[in-house]
Design a protein around this ligand. Structure first.
Ligand SMILES: Cc1ncc(COP(=O)(O)O)c(C=O)c1O
Length: 451
């Protein structure tokens, strides 16, 4: 093996001495419901880098499902978690603890003004379901939720019906479509995907047709008052699509006009876009925010945030989960937030994002197949096309580029809906020298695959 890791614990020692043959046997017992299998077996990581069981090194531009903001095995985060684990670990949510108090106040301090109450759950999907529960509670008599085309909000039974995986968005029905009898139908409105406007209009002179369609859908497409509109203000899995500011503002106005609770899914946008929230970035305050993924500093955690003046949860079995009060995740979150602030990482994210964008734009001079580069902070996607005018998607290229880059030591993410899109979303601590390395491998890979 390729690490200095010499565990003292007997169970750990057994795990870290598994052979290739053992791994094959183990794999036969394992079911995986998503992601691509058959890639490297990851063994250990540090900062933005990870090594596989054969000792190969990769620079990771996925932050492992965009969840490791401060990189692998961050010593300060895990130091705090380890220290706290000697004192307290999991607690029933009926008991208060100091970390839970501290995190509630800390989060209230970085959420948009007027959004000062939070509820903790074990995962992102549950955080959104918490938003949906509160939307229903605040909009009695409503029944149907709305979302946007190509959105992704999770694969729990409550969120799957809002995710593109339940539709034909990617060209054929995907996994979520098999569970329709158990999931809910969300009423969808068009997403503002300006690079390929579904109405054939041009950004700037379109009168925001997608906002008009949202309003018409509320008026004519939903039975009864909508229970809520769930949106990612920057769509991630749907194609790294940054919505126009005016569109997000109009969504707020429309929701207010029709009394539709507005839910922001900020599970990928939190801090990654160079502001604490997309709400702050757009200057638009929703009624609910769902946080997840990186929010636990690498530990599982979801957070439901509610606007002041709205009904929140009461201890009446409205929101009850065994692991809703995991103090280790809360410590991970608190430590990460402290470090983002202390190290001015939001500014760093904006600088590194702009630097990567500039490097990608330079590469586009050589590779016009990079049809659209969409970047806000370190929330970056590159959409590949046959030619920039025709914009015909280069569908299999993105996967070949992803695979070739992996051979060359960089891990990029493949988008969900759009098969021609690669995601570049390294941990927030990525340095300029590491950005240069990412751009170098990206360029070499494009030369190998496209030329
Ligand atoms: C925007 C967004 N919302 C919700 C989810 C669901 O998160 P989880 O799989 O952690 O429940 C994801 C996961 O990819 C996501 O990207």
């Amino acid at each position: 093996m390729t690490t200095q890791f010499q565990p003292k614990d007997e169970t750990l020692r057994r795990i870290y001495s598994l052979t290739e043959k053992d791994m094959k046997e183990c794999a036969a017992h394992l079911m995986i419901g998503g992601g691509t299998r058959g890639g490297p077996v990851l063994h250990h990581g540090k900062g933005v880098r990870v090594w596989d069981a054969n000792g190969r090194e990769y620079i990771d531009c996925t932050s492992q499902s965009w969840a490791l903001y401060l990189g692998y095995c961050n010593q300060e985060i895990w130091g705090a978690i380890n220290e706290h684990a000697q004192n307290m670990t999991h607690v029933h949510q009926g008991f208060d603890t100091l970390p839970r108090f501290a995190l509630a106040r800390r989060l209230a301090g970085i959420m948009p003004p007027g959004m000062s109450r939070v509820s903790f759950v074990p995962t992102s999907g549950l955080a959104l379901e918490g938003c949906m529960k509160l939307a229903l509670k605040n909009r009695p008599g409503s029944s149907h939720f709305m979302c946007l085309w190509d959105s992704y909000h999770g694969a729990t039974l409550g969120t799957m019906g809002a995710s593109w995986i339940s539709t034909r968005s990617a060209g054929s029905y995907a996994g979520g479509s098999r569970f329709v009898p158990m999931t809910r139908q969300f009423v969808r409105a068009p997403n503002p995907y300006c690079y390929r406007c579904p109405f054939g209009l041009k950004s700037g002179s379109c009168n925001l047709m997608c906002a008009r369609m949202l309003e018409l859908t509320i008026q004519k497409g939903v039975n009864g008052p909508p229970a809520g509109l769930l949106i990612e203000p920057l769509q991630a899995s749907g194609g790294q699509i940054c919505f126009p500011k005016r569109y997000v503002e109009e969504v707020r106005e429309i929701c207010t006009k029709y009394e539709v609770p507005l839910i922001f899914d900020e599970i990928q946008t939190f801090a990654r876009i160079g502001k604490w929230t997309a709400a702050e970035y757009f200057g638009v305050t929703p009624d609910f925010i769902g946080l997840g993924k990186a929010i636990g500093g690498g530990m599982p955690l979801g957070v439901t945030v509610v606007r002041d003046g709205l009904h929140g949860f009461e201890p009446d079995a409205e929101e009850l989960h065994t692991f809703a009060n995991n103090s280790l995740s809360q410590i991970g979150s608190l430590k990460m937030i402290d470090m983002i602030e202390r190290d001015k990482l939001l500014d760093h994210v904006n600088r590194m994002g702009a630097y990567l964008n500039e490097g990608l734009l330079k590469l586009r001079r050589e590779f016009p197949e990079m049809g659209d580069i969409r970047q806000v902070g370190l929330h970056i996607g590159v959409e590949f096309v046959k030619d920039p005018e025709g914009k015909e998607p280069l569908n299999d290229a993105a996967k070949r580029i992803r695979d070739e880059a992996m051979n060359r030591g960089a891990i990029f993410g493949l988008a969900g809906v759009r098969k021609n899109l690669l995601k570049v979303k390294p941990p927030l601590i990525v340095s300029q020298a590491e950005c240069d390395e990412i751009l170098r491998i990206f360029g070499e890979t494009l030369r190998a695959v496209l030329r």
